[in-house]
Design a protein. Structure first.
Length: 220
């Protein structure tokens, strides 16, 4: 039997303790489900769910002309651009796609009249998804960020405090379903999961995996 190495996130142990069933997605081992995926899906739709999405690609783009560069760089539809400052942008890609996106960006950079550089920071950041109609209610317990729809609409992002650590919070809804992505330093990933679980205890928070995600995105 040939052993094939795989990557795990900083949240692997905490998910293992919750009885996660695993699936391999490219070079990553990810939680397929924790319980019946149909029940996970219903729990998210009715309340709020928590998912480890640390496998998403994360490219750090810095430079005085980073914004100008993004205006000429071709990006895939599934790529999200998080504008942190005029000279600092974080590009989020589907799992395993960051190398291809980075290569394309570097090709454009080599021909563009602007100064910027790209660094793959995927291993350095944990990412958590909070999804469901009560996601803002839960998140508001852990951050002072104004999450009201008029102040933080779909597509918004902010750097802010989260349970006394630094975080980047991105709102990108799954169709009609409210959804936030939280980016934390890898060293704070397990802590972030645990404080969310504690804050969501009275909101019927459910952990969910890849199968429920597919159902939610397909039915959103």
């Amino acid at each position: 039997m040939t052993f094939r190495p795989y990557k795990v996130s900083a949240l692997y142990r905490v998910q293992l303790a919750l009885g996660a069933r695993w699936a391999e997605d490219g070079e990553w081992r990810l939680a397929e489900a924790f319980a019946d995926p149909a029940r996970e899906t219903e729990g998210v739709r009715q309340g709020v769910g928590l998912q480890d999405v640390s496998a998403i690609g994360k490219l750090d783009l810095k430079g005085r002309e980073a914004e100008q560069f993004l205006g000429v760089a071709p990006l895939e539809n599934q790529v999200s651009v998080v504008r942190l400052r005029p000279d600092h942008v974080l590009i989020l890609t589907p799992p395993g796609r960051q190398a291809q996106v980075s290569e394309r960006l570097l090709q454009v950079l080599s021909q563009a009249p602007c100064c910027a550089h790209v660094t793959d920071v995927t291993p350095a950041l944990s990412a958590l998804a909070l999804v469901g109609p009560r996601a803002a209610e839960l998140l508001s317990k852990l951050t002072a960020l104004d999450l009201r729809p008029q102040a933080f609409p779909d597509g918004s992002c902010a750097q802010t405090g989260f349970a006394q650590v630094h975080a980047i919070i991105l709102r990108k809804d799954w169709g009609q379903l409210l959804a936030y992505t939280l980016l934390l330093g890898r060293e704070h990933g397990e802590y972030g999961w645990e404080v969310i679980q504690q804050a969501g205890a009275n909101l019927s928070l459910v952990p969910f995996g890849l199968t429920a995600e597919r159902l939610l995105r397909g039915g959103a």
